[in-house]
Design a protein around this ligand. Structure first.
Ligand code: DQA
Length: 144
């Protein structure tokens, strides 16, 4: 099974950025441990991060029919991007939306997601464990 992890804007700053909200691990550390996690379960995991909306959309397009599922933390584009929503609608790639923080316990503008209602699943507030659980869920959905 081929999986893709996508992280959106400002997630390249993990480890430095508001560590009380997002934790102390860097994105490189998180990606390395998730690649191992996926491999241990017989799946491959590619990782991509960008601060640019168009680059995230291009990444989704490029992986149409090439990956079996996507784990995405769209960062702030969660709350703004109809274009990213349309990329998932257009490619029909199954995806799980992950947020490190509990977006529903934060500012009101973070309570809205343009992706949640079309996602296969949603994990919020569990820190980096959420990414691993999302990978497990995609793997489990294939073996059902
Ligand atoms: C986030 C939550 C978003 O509201 C925020 O803009 C982020 C990170 C999270 O992982 O908790 O960049 O997606």
């Amino acid at each position: 099974m081929n999986l893709l992890l996508i992280n959106g804007p400002n997630l390249n700053l993990l480890g430095k950025r508001e560590p009380e909200v997002y934790g102390h691990e860097t994105l490189a550390d998180i990606e390395a441990s998730l690649v191992q996690h996926a491999h241990a379960k017989g799946a491959s995991l590619q990782c991509f991060q960008s601060n640019a909306e168009h680059a995230l959309i291009d990444c989704v397009h490029e992986h149409m029919n090439k990956v079996d599922g996507v784990v995405i933390n769209p960062g702030a584009y969660t709350h703004t991007s109809i274009a990213l929503r349309d990329a998932f609608l257009g490619t029909k790639i199954p995806f799980i939306e992950v947020h490190l923080s509990n977006i529903h316990a934060r500012e009101t503008f973070r309570h809205t997601s343009y992706l949640s209602d079309i996602a296969n699943g949603l994990i919020v507030g569990l820190g980096t464990l959420g990414y691993a659980l999302a990978i497990d869920a995609l793997i489990a959905s294939q073996t059902k």
